[in-house]
Design a protein around this ligand. Structure first.
Ligand SMILES: Nc1ncnc2c1ncn2[C@@H]1O[C@H](COP(=O)(O)OP(=O)(O)OP(=O)(O)O)[C@@H](O)[C@H]1O
Length: 684
């Protein structure tokens, strides 16, 4: 049986849910049909209790020098001779001599040999250089068996799909073109990119070809459904999204190409390439992530233009991806009325080359003038709703107060011991995660298995122990959420936690980190002054992380001991005022005084830096689904907000954006949109 390599620091302390909790069904997880993907295997290392610190680019360089290995410094990778190919073997995909075909990621140390497709962690590379396990050298390159079922399915679908122009009924071909917005895309373009159509599924089929264009490694199916005036697209990939690493268009890239345009959809790449003649590549999962595994394929480009879409989310993603690609070589096309996504631009008869020329450099100096910012400000003003962030599906009242979940902010969350903080924050984060917010959990108090169980129950909105026959159905959908867990338990140093978060942002494009709870990073200081200083330091570190990485951090902090009959206030958060000062949002789970029935809690938003609205709304706990979301048909109630002095503020909030004073009263409207989970709805 083939063995998957899971060596190296990151995988030990940062596991996607499927490995941490679901267990394996006895099948290799990297389901890559087509020619075998090769992995470098060595003795499986036991999981370390204490994580090794991640490697730095300087250490990698020093190591290579110390071992006499020549290397070239690239944009995101170092290039070195590959120990996994024999000299004078075939040239690699980029045409470089195979002997220099090893790409080492400067941030993680992971390597990929472009010629043999061997890959592994930095520790694996070192082991190979140092000849550890030399005896196994001949056998270290393992072809990982493709998932037989998947590769058969890929082949079967591909064989049944036909080019659009070969459809027997011209009306059917015309309808497909209209549905996918392809009326201006020529047959020649579809032929070059080898796009087919699967009649029974009414889907376009995009192939994932091996480097060199030989084998078929996977497929993406795109179906379109008309809903009113809008067309909704649904994507299905084989293998599953987490391992679908297709840079669509790669076989058309020549080794001499030094510029490329990255898009977030295959259809956009077709439009761009047709109208500009430029090399284009589409990212496998759109704006959701840029997996570092793709970076070696982008090393050859001196200039990369990112044209990801027409909304603020695409713009945010472009900025994040540029950081990973090295901003100095990246330019970004700003979304705007006259700069829609490439396919729409083609259909509207716009000049795509001209739009590309307006791309802005991603590189910013430390000091900028308003001239450089004015476009960004305009973008925010003209997309007020999107600038407010992602709205919760399950908590409409939270949307009314906070307006949405935004990148780069710090949310501090507190509540009495045992009041349901973890349970609430789990649903709050899950809600965002089901909308494509890549989420990392640091649960230091309860185990990941227990947390995942709570989350899955909330996801299914019901007890699964009573319907185990549905378990796989829910678990399969849950498994595809962009959800990761740190494997820490108990006390941890803040440095290790921040390093792990940093790593996760790079590898998984994490946009939301939940830390439950801060007390687990405080060490064992006994004196209260030391504890307060430690907490201030930690809060400062999370604040900086959130800002620097454009990543939202939600931090659970225990309250200080209060009288049992007193409601919590911002000042009840343990420690000095630093936490509430640094936080953009302060949320308090109240379960005193206002309680009118069993299970009922109130959520108080006591600080809201984005637009000032604060308020309180009831949460009704459902013990079987472990959810706090508003149940269908629940009547909204007017909520009065008490300020920190326990006074009811009489004036209602003006509802205007801007400096609304804290503790203003907020009336919550009647029109609730209860979250109705719909199993047929795709989770992302
Ligand atoms: N509103 C509620 N009513 C009744 N039980 C609840 C409510 N909310 C949560 N619970 C239950 O209470 C238990 C504790 O919840 P949880 O762990 O979320 O609390 P916590 O505030 O995070 O605790 P701690 O202070 O120890 O961190 C769980 O079993 C949960 O299902």
């Amino acid at each position: 049986m083939w063995v998957l390599l899971r060596g190296g620091y990151p995988l030990r302390i940062l596991l996607p849910l499927r490995e941490e909790w679901m267990g394996r069904r006895g099948l290799p997880r990297s389901l890559v049909p087509g020619p075998p993907r090769r992995r470098y295997r060595k003795e499986a290392l036991p999981a370390l209790e204490v994580p090794v610190l991640p490697v730095t680019a300087t250490e990698i360089r020093q190591y290579l020098r110390a071992h006499g290995i020549p290397f070239q410094d690239g944009h995101s990778c170092l290039r070195a001779p590959s120990p996994f190919v024999k000299a004078l073997q075939l040239k690699d995909q980029t045409g470089a001599p195979a002997s220099f075909s090893l790409f080492i990621d400067k941030t993680t140390g992971r390597f990929l040999c472009m010629t043999s497709l061997a890959e592994g962690s930095w520790e694996d590379f070192q082991a190979s250089v140092e000849g550890r396990g030399e005896g196994a050298r001949e056998g270290v390159l393992l072809g990982e068996a493709p998932e037989a079922e998947d590769s058969e399915e890929v082949r079967r679908i591909w064989d049944r799909a036909i080019p659009l122009w070969e459809l027997p009924e011209p009306e059917e071909a015309q309808l497909a073109r209209v549905m996918f917005g392809l009326t201006k895309v020529t047959d020649d373009t579809l032929r070059r990119f080898i796009v087919r159509y699967l009649r029974p599924a009414r889907s376009l089929v995009f192939p994932w070809l091996s480097p060199g264009g030989l084998g078929l490694r996977g497929l993406k199916l795109l179906s379109a459904e008309g809903q009113g005036d809008e067309v909704h697209y649904k994507e299905t990939t084989i293998p599953r999204p987490g391992v679908y690493h297709n840079l669509f268009g790669l076989p058309l890239i020549s080794r001499r190409d030094v510029e490329v345009v990255l898009t977030s959809r295959e259809l956009d790449s077709l439009a761009l390439n047709q109208s500009t003649g430029l090399p284009t590549l589409a990212l496998p999962r759109g704006t959701a992530c840029l997996p570092p595994a793709l970076l070696p394929y982008l090393e050859q480009f001196r200039r990369i233009v990112l044209w990801l879409g027409d909304d603020l989310r695409s713009w945010e993603a472009a900025k994040l991806f540029a950081r990973k690609l090295n901003p100095k070589r990246c330019s970004l096309v700003r979304p705007g009325d006259q700069q829609p996504r490439p396919l729409e631009a083609l259909n509207r008869g716009l000049n795509l080359s001209r739009i590309l020329r307006t791309a802005l450099p991603a590189w910013h100096k430390s000091i900028v003038s308003f001239r450089q910012l004015r476009e960004e400000v305009l973008g925010e003003l003209s997309n007020v709703e999107q600038a407010a962030g992602i709205r919760w599906n399950r908590f409409p009242d939270l949307n009314r107060l906070l307006k949405g979940h935004r990148k780069g902010e710090l949310t501090v969350f507190t509540g009495p011991t045992g009041s349901g903080k973890t349970t609430f924050i789990s649903e709050y984060a899950l809600d965002l995660c089901t909308q494509g917010v890549n989420t990392l959990w640091g649960s230091f108090e309860i185990s990941n298995v227990r947390l995942a169980r709570v989350m899955l129950t909330q996801f299914a909105v019901g007890r699964l122990e009573e319907q185990l026959d549905k378990y796989d159905e829910w678990a399969d959908r849950f498994e595809d959420l962009p959800l990761y867990f740190m494997t820490f338990h108990g006390q941890q140093s803040i440095r290790t936690v921040i390093d792990t978060m940093q790593h996760a942002v790079y590898v998984y494009d994490i946009c939301h980190v939940v830390i439950d709870n801060l007390q687990f990073m405080m060490g064992h200081e006994q004196l209260s002054t030391d504890r307060i200083a430690a907490q201030d330091y930690i809060v400062g570190a999370f604040r900086k992380f959130a800002t620097d990485n454009s990543c939202h951090v939600t931090l659970v902090i225990h309250p200080r001991k209060e009288d049992d009959d007193k409601e919590l206030q911002t000042a009840s958060i343990f420690g000095s005022a630093k936490a509430s000062q640094e936080a953009d949002n302060v949320l308090i789970l109240q379960d005193r005084k206002l309680v009118t029935g069993p299970g009922k809690r109130y959520l108080q938003v006591s600080k809201n830096r984005f637009d000032g609205d604060v308020g309180v709304f009831p949460l009704e706990f459902n013990k079987s689904s472990l959810t706090f979301s508003i149940p269908p048909k629940s009547k909204a109630r007017l909520k009065k907000v008490k300020d920190d002095n326990g006074l009811v503020t009489k004036k209602p909030s003006s509802g205007k954006k801007g400096a609304v004073p804290q503790n203003s009263e907020t009336c919550l409207g009647q029109a609730h949109h209860p979250y109705q989970p719909n199993p047929s709805k795709p989770s992302r």
